[in-house]
Ligand binder design. Structure first.
Ligand code: SAH
Length: 229
């Protein structure tokens, strides 16, 4: 490989510097969970962003990932993870893999990750990216509103798309006692909510206002599962 001139930009160093700034910004913005901040420092968000948008990978904004879908802003992912109270070894279900960025953050937090995506091309792209980065997560192509009963109960379930009204019943049922369901609810005006299971009761809190793509219910049976195929 030819040696670059000293004045040449080093994209890897630029990304590292931008990522460090993003982490500082999240911390200044009130994210205090050190494990979450460390996860943001260790996962290269730019690897999940389409080429044309990659220069903006470390801005605190949602970005398009194709098929009309978006990767959430870092602040929304950080809040979701903080409120989900993920600890190493927790079994976590993610509904809406999207580009797979939050999947990688969950794995960086030490969770045993199960993630479902309904759009085949996004599922395949996420599987490739996660595989390339060596992220350990089980992915499935299918309808996440039905949960993943085979691996339930989950300590946390994080939904990356907004339920129009009450979140899907299957997700409540697949939550472990004391477990957390993080889910945006609403159509035009949305709020990100946390439900905590206490026996047969679910304590509800509002985390913040939000703007997510809609959660689609396909009602289709089964799906394809793989381990980063
Ligand atoms: N957090 C993700 C972005 C999620 S975008 C990331 O880091 O990239 C929301 C995703 O939810 C979209 O990819 C959309 O296709 C998916 N989605 C919507 N309804 C779904 C459903 N019922 N089951 C699984 N995925 C769904």
């Amino acid at each position: 490989m030819a040696a670059g001139r000293l004045t040449e930009r080093d994209p890897a160093a630029d990304y590292r510097r931008d990522r460090r700034r993003l982490v500082e910004r999240l911390r200044d913005g009130g994210v205090s969970d050190l494990a979450v901040l460390h996860a943001f420092d260790s996962v290269p968000r730019h690897a999940f962003i389409p080429d044309v948008m990659r220069a903006r990978a470390y801005e605190d904004v949602p970005l398009p990932i194709g098929r009309g879908q978006t990767i959430s802003s870092p602040t929304i992912h950080a809040l979701s993870l903080e409120y989900a109270e993920i600890r190493p070894g927790h079994r976590v279900l993610e509904v809406g893999t999207g580009a797979g960025f939050q999947t990688a953050l969950l794995a960086a937090l030490g969770a045993r990750v199960y993630s479902i995506e309904r759009i085949a091309s996004l599922y395949e792209a996420a599987a490739r990216t996660l595989d390339r980065l060596g992220v350990d997560a089980r992915l499935m192509h299918g309808d996440g509103t039905r949960g993943w009963p085979r691996h339930a109960p989950f300590r946390a379930i994080i939904v990356g798309a907004a339920a129009a009204a009450r979140p899907p019943e299957a997700l409540f049922r697949q939550l472990a006692d004391g477990g957390r369901l993080i889910v945006p609810v609403g159509t035009r005006r949305q709020e990100l909510r946390r439900y905590t299971r206490r026996g047969d009761d679910y304590e509800r809190e509002t985390i913040t206002g939000a703007r997510f793509v809609p959660l689609i219910e396909d009602g289709q049976r089964g799906g394809r599962a793989g381990r980063n195929p």
